[in-house]
Design a protein around this ligand. Sequence first.
Ligand SMILES: Cc1ncc(COP(=O)(O)O)c(C=O)c1O
Length: 397
Amino acid sequence: MDIDSFFSANIKAALKNDPPGEWMPALPENCIRLSSGYPDPALVPADQIKKAVASLIEEERDLPLHYLGSPKVPKLKQQIKGRLSERGIHVSEEEVLITSGACQAIDLIARIIIDDQTIVAVESPTYMEALEIFQNYTKHFITIPVDEHGLDTKRLEEVLEERRRKGLILPRILYTIPTFQNPTGTTMALERRKHVLELASEYNFLILEDDAYGELYFREQSIPLKAMDHESRVLYVGSLSKVVAPGMRIGWVTAAPEFITALDWFKKDIGHPFSQATMASFLERNDLKQRLPTLREAYKKKCDVLLSALEQYMPESVTWYVPEGGYFVWARVPGIDTSDLLTESLEEGVSFVPGKYFFKEQEEGTEFLRLSFSYADQKEMEEGIEKLSKVIKEKLS
Ligand SMILES: Cc1ncc(COP(=O)(O)O)c(C=O)c1O
C-alpha cells in the first residue's frame, strides 16, 4: 500500500523538512546539559504540586477527572488574567484561551492564520520549535535579524517598503519573542517595540508575541507589545513552563475575542482539565507573585556563574550577549562550525545547541551556539564551560 498517497498536501510538504527536535543531541550519560532550556530541577515545585493534587482529589473527588473538569478550570483563567495584569495586559475572559503550553497556542494561531501561500516574518535567529510549526503550514518566510537590542525594526521597515514598492505580497504575521529571546537572550528596546507596532499598523500585519520568559527579569520588567496594542494586532502567548513546570503543559493566548473564538474552534476539548485544575490548585496555595522573586534571583545568580566562567575560560575571539533575564546566553565562535564542535564537546561530556537550528537559512548560524544556564547547577556550569573552552581552543590551534 502506498501510505504516502493518503497524506494531505500539507503533511506531504511538511515531511520534506528536517525532522522535528533534530536540534536536541542524543546526550551521553552524565553529560553536563548546557543545551536544555528546562527549568532548574531544584526549582520545580514537586512537593507543592503533590499537595495540590492531593487537595484537589480530596476536595472534588472524581470531578477533575471527567471531561467537563473541575470548577478550578475557570479559576485558572482568572489566575492567568492576574498574571497578565502584572505584565500590564488588562483583558476580559473572552480574550483568553488556555492551551496545552505555548506551543499549542502557536500551532493553533498558525492554523487559523497561515495558508500555504502566506508569508510569515520571523526573527533571525528564532525559537526553532515555532519555526518548525510555521513550516508545517507555509514555505514562505521573511527573516529579519536580531541584534543586542532585539529585532532590527529598521531592517523590517526596509524589507516591507521594498516589497510594497515591488508589488510583492506582504507578511500576514510576524512572530517575535521581544523579551529574553530564545536563543539570543536579548530584549527588544522600547523604541523598537513602538516602531514594530507602527509598522504592523502601516503594513497591516498581525504580531504573534511569545512572552515565555517575560516574568524572569533580572533587573526590570519590559512592557509587552500586547500592553501597547491599541488595534488588536497582537496575539500574545504565555506559559507557565518556565516558572512552574513544563510537563503540566499550561499556556495561553490573549487576543481579540474573534481570534479566541476561531482558535477555540480548532482546539475543541484537546486540553488537559486535570492538569489545569491541578495548576489552579497549586496557584491557590502558592502565590506566584511571591515565588517569582526567588526564581529571578536564582536564575540571575546562575546566569552570572555562566558569564564569569565564559570570561575566565573562553579565548578572546569568542563573544556573547549578556542577557537581562530568561534562560539563555548566545555566543559566537568565529571560524568554527558549531555542529562539528558539538561532536567533540559531547565526547568531553558537555552539550549545547548549535546555532544553525535557530535560523531559517541554517548556514547563517554555523558560528553560533546557545548555552542554557537554567538546567545545570553552578558547579556543572563552571566545569562545562571549562571543558567547552578546551575543545574550542584545540579547534582554533
Ligand atoms: C520562546 C519559547 N516559546 C515557547 C516555548 C514553549 O513553551 P511551552 O512549554 O509552554 O509550550 C519555549 C520553550 O522552550 C520557548 O523558548
